[in-house]
Write a protein that binds this ligand. Structure first.
Ligand code: HSE
Length: 444
């Protein structure tokens, strides 16, 4: 029994927030509401207090029960405050956020962050500082909002070699694709709707270009396989160029289009790591993940399959994850135990080349419909050993002699590199009018 438990006086653990926007407010409210519960659950070992918060505009009224002296306009006041044991970075971005996190770690303070871009882009430097100064970085809120996937991968699956983690981990893209699928909206309309509902950021670039999801997938792979991953090694495509035409074809063929992130360790030790809009069979459980919800299917060699499903963004769910990290950190601080924040343990990132990854494919060609065009395309595919599992080309009943048509080929599994090389040859045909549209059909 520790001294604290004997005296029954909880240790006061000070938290400093940098950023007091939606999530910061959620963290404040959650601790006000559930603080006693948390203290009790620590067996009265500690009590968590938010003691300082840095904000951009100090004159802005944020929350009724927050005292004015809590706030400062300078993040240095938070990091350097002696009563702050845990620095919570909630401003996003990879520049000032980096300075804040680095400064806190150098002072030996624990960091809690939800900043996936920061850790995926600059994790090597920050984890090195974490190791050097024996100060933990916790980041449950960085991946899938309120779903406790980080703790699951780091702790609950510690006895597994993780075979795969496949998921829908960007709510904004998922919402947009769903609205295009169910309401027939075009991409710009669906994006506008997502922004009006507050799902997409004012600048939704990282949401729709795939990088928000890719950063999260990089963090999951880093946790599972121990090495920091260079984002340059990762294949990422967003949803900006998904058209209603392909959504309709997908529906008719029995699929839904989802922005899917795939982390898959192959038998040779290489890790397939990619994010792109994919065709998912309607019958697969991930196909029914709708709206801004997230889901990650994890397969461990011992655990088998599991599915994590929940809210991937939003004030309370994200605050739930931030508070869980704060409590984890408080346990370490109050028990003076070595921290349990993640540290990389392998130097070899082993990301598989995207050209070597394999799936079946949906390929749509925009062709000039003249005799022999299908044969020409099929001949090139056959010469290169790319198998066709089906073809589809709807005829407009009012204009069966239409000159320009969509010709869809469903192709058997082959390496992506081989497909690309073959499609280049097809594109050289006079009757093929533009770059073919390719979607992976996921074998889940
Ligand atoms: N903007 C993200 C999403 C949540 O739409 O899922 C934060 O990463």
């Amino acid at each position: 029994m520790t001294e604290q438990q004997q005296s029954n006086t909880p240790q006061q653990v000070g938290v400093g927030l940098v950023g007091f926007g939606t999530v910061g407010t959620g963290v404040w409210e959650t601790i006000q509401k559930n603080g006693e519960l948390i203290t009790g659950r620590s067996n009265h070992q500690f009590q968590i207090n938010i003691v300082k918060a840095a904000v951009r505009d100090i004159s802005k009224k944020r929350i009724d029960d927050a005292p004015a002296e809590l706030f400062t306009a300078d993040w240095n006041d938070v990091v350097n405050d002696n009563s702050v044991d845990i620095v919570v970075e909630l401003i996003g971005g990879t520049t000032t956020a980096f300075d804040i996190v680095a400064a806190a770690l150098k002072l030996g303070k624990t960091v809690v962050t939800g900043n996936k871009a920061l850790l995926a882009e600059r994790g090597a430097e920050l984890f090195a500082l974490s190791q050097q100064h024996n100060a933990a970085i916790h980041f449950e809120a960085a991946v899938a909002g309120g779903i406790p996937i980080i703790k699951a991968v780091q702790d609950s699956y510690v006895g597994n070699d993780i075979e795969s983690m496949v998921g829908i981990i960007n709510g904004t893209s998922n919402y947009i694709l769903e609205r295009m699928t169910t309401a027939g909206l075009a991409y710009p309309e669906a994006l506008k709707e997502a922004q009006e509902l507050g799902y997409a950021e004012a600048d939704p670039t990282l949401d729709v270009n795939g990088w928000d999801a890719a950063h999260k997938a990089i963090l999951l792979a880093t946790l599972a396989y121990g090495s920091v991953i260079d984002p340059e090694e990762v294949y990422v495509r967003g949803i900006e160029r998904v058209t209603s035409t392909d959504i309709e074809f997908a529906k008719n063929l029995g699929y839904n289009v989802k922005l899917l992130s795939v982390v898959h360790k192959h038998e040779d030790g290489k890790v397939e790591l990619r994010t792109q809009p994919s065709f998912i069979p309607k019958s697969h459980i991930l196909s029914s993940v709708n709206g801004v919800f997230n889901a990650v299917a994890v397969k461990g060699d011992a655990s088998g399959d599991a599915l994590f499903y929940g809210r991937g963004a939003g004030k309370e769910p994200t605050a739930s994850s931030v508070v869980a990290d704060i409590v984890d950190a408080a346990h370490t601080i109050s028990s003076r135990a070595p921290h349990r924040g993640f540290l990389p343990y392998s130097d070899e990132s082993n990301v598989k080349k995207i050209e070597d990854t394999t799936t079946p494919y949906y390929v749509r060609f925009d062709v000039t419909d003249r005799p022999g065009v299908v044969a020409e395309i099929a001949q090139i595919l056959a010469n290169d050993g790319v198998g066709i599992s089906g073809t589809h080309s709807p005829v407009d009943p009012e204009n069966p002699d239409k000159e320009f048509v969509d010709m869809v080929f469903l192709l058997h599994t082959c390496p992506f590199g081989k497909l690309k090389a073959t499609l280049k040859k097809v594109l050289a045909l006079d009757s093929v009018n533009s770059e073919p549209v390719v979607f992976r059909i996921e074998n889940l």
